[in-house]
Design a protein around this ligand. Sequence first.
Ligand SMILES: [Zn+2]
Length: 173
Amino acid sequence: MAIYELDPVDRIEVAAVGDPGQRRFFLLATGSGRSLTLGCEKSQVQALILRLHQMLETQQIEAQEVERTAASGSPEPGDPEWQIGEMGLGYHEARRMFVLVASQAAVGESTEATEAVDAPSVRFWLSHDQVLAFSKQAESVLSAGRKLCPRCGLPMDASGHPCPVMNGARPIF
Ligand SMILES: [Zn+2]
């Protein structure tokens, strides 16, 4: 399995294109002389933000006022290199860096016998500040036009959301 390292990441952000409710989401990153555009689902971004919050809490990293990198007029993302199937987040104690791992989704069933072992993964190495800024940036993209949860401040869907404050145990209506 091919693993690419963006170590360190110079820039990482979430972008959304399209009309509300039908937006396509992208993870854009540059680092190590590479630029990557990956496709992802909104639910993946939501899950990632929750995970980021949990890990920041675990690491006792204060959400100090991060300078808002205004949507810096980034160009519209082009076609993604591939669609993210899974994302994971880890913390490297020795380096005090977060590691976000994105793996390619299994290629559609129509494709004949694509070797799953060829599915590439990317490891994004992120500093504390980058994670803070990234989670804020991703939230602002997600929440465009949506209400924020009064409990945790994350954007809510009409059907509620798995609230970290409520431990995700109960749906919120
Ligand atoms: Zn909430």
